[in-house]
Design a protein around this ligand. Structure first.
Ligand code: IMP
Ligand code: MG
Length: 173
């Protein structure tokens, strides 16, 4: 398979556990809603929720701006139809990766009038060198170099999401 190992499942599990610990501490006693960005965040959301000890609600939104390996992010489209009521709640937007940052910046911008008490972001991966947005992610499990990665929810052409490890996509391998 044209995928070079980068972060093994055991390391992901540990990092998600640590992320859960920090979030549990920071939001203890507060009304928290996790807002997962589909589709790439499904694994992280499912694992992270089980590591957050304080009670919380879950919402999911569809965002798409990316096609295949294209390095320039396309136009961001957000489907907020199924957005839950966020009035009076602290919102933590969870996505798989912070690349240019435009997706999460767009989501946060759209939540400005939602009545949320606060809006923060959590990602598994951050390609810091590619950041173009003014926004910075609040919770990050791993910083990675500027390589295209798949696995643990992340896809290439909608495939490879099922891989338990995260690997670097190698088109020529
Ligand atoms: P951003 O808006 O540039 O931060 O891009 C965020 C979205 O692009 C993520 O939610 C991913 O779906 C996708 N993306 C960015 N980098 C990668 C990658 O290396 N592998 C797979 N998807 C990626
Ligand atoms: Mg995504």
């Amino acid at each position: 398979m044209p995928v070079r190992p980068l972060i093994p499942a055991a390391e992901i599990e540990q990092a998600v556990q640590e992320l859960g610990r920090r979030i549990s501490r920071d939001y203890a006693g507060q009304p928290l809603t996790i807002l997962g960005v589909l589709t790439g965040s499904i694994m992280l959301v499912a694992d992270l929720m089980r590591r957050i000890e304080c009670p919380h609600k879950l919402g999911l939104i569809q965002a798409s701006s990316y096609r295949g390996t294209a390095t320039t992010a396309g136009r961001l489209t957000l489907d907020l139809e199924s957005l839950p009521d966020l009035e009076g709640r602290h919102v933590l937007v969870v996505d798989d990766i912070f690349d240019t940052g435009r997706t999460l910046e767009g989501v946060v911008e759209r939540l400005r009038d939602s009545g949320a008490l606060s809006v923060r972001t959590a990602v598994l991966l951050w390609k810091r060198a590619r950041t173009q947005a003014a926004l910075r992610p609040d919770y990050v499990a791993f910083e990675i170099p500027d390589v295209f990665v798949v696995g643990y929810g992340l896809d290439f052409n909608d495939e490879y999401r099922h891989l338990p490890d995260i690997g670097e996509w190698q088109p020529d391998a």
